[in-house]
Design a protein around this ligand. Structure first.
Ligand SMILES: [Zn+2]
Length: 129
């Protein structure tokens, strides 16, 4: 997939799943526009909204566990470091197909966990104080 493929699919935030933010397939035929890419995403969104109502959260507030947030931050940090390494390596002259492949593998390994991260409401029940 090229950059332009992604750009075309993800144009306009309305064509993305309300939960996971992945691009939705183009609307075929009349009827309501799809809001979710899957039944699973629809359910997570519903659960999340139920929780938000229970906790009297505003529309733009959410609750996630520190563990989930830390894990995501760690993945982003690893990707940040991989990008810095790649930028540094690419600034050096004379690259072979293998050296470029190695840099790309490094970045891809760091990017994969972030790309496949799925944030879902935790399985723990919400406990009130
Ligand atoms: Zn989705």
């Amino acid at each position: 997939m090229t950059k332009s493929d992604v750009g075309v699919e993800v144009q306009g935030k309305d064509s993305r799943c309300r939960w996971c933010r992945h691009a939705l397939p183009p609307k075929d035929g009349p009827g309501r526009r799809k809001e979710f890419c899957s039944q699973r995403c629809r359910q997570w969104d519903w659960v999340s909204r139920q929780r938000a109502t229970e906790l009297e959260l505003a529309d733009n507030e959410l609750v996630m566990t520190r563990e989930e947030l830390d894990s995501l931050k760690d993945q982003i940090y690893v990707l940040h470091c991989a990008l810095a390494d790649a930028r540094n390596d690419l600034s050096k002259p004379r690259h072979t197909k293998d050296s470029i492949r190695e840099i790309l593998d490094w970045v891809m390994d760091a990017a994969e966990p972030v790309a496949s991260a799925s944030l879902s409401p935790s399985a723990h029940s919400v406990t009130r104080p």
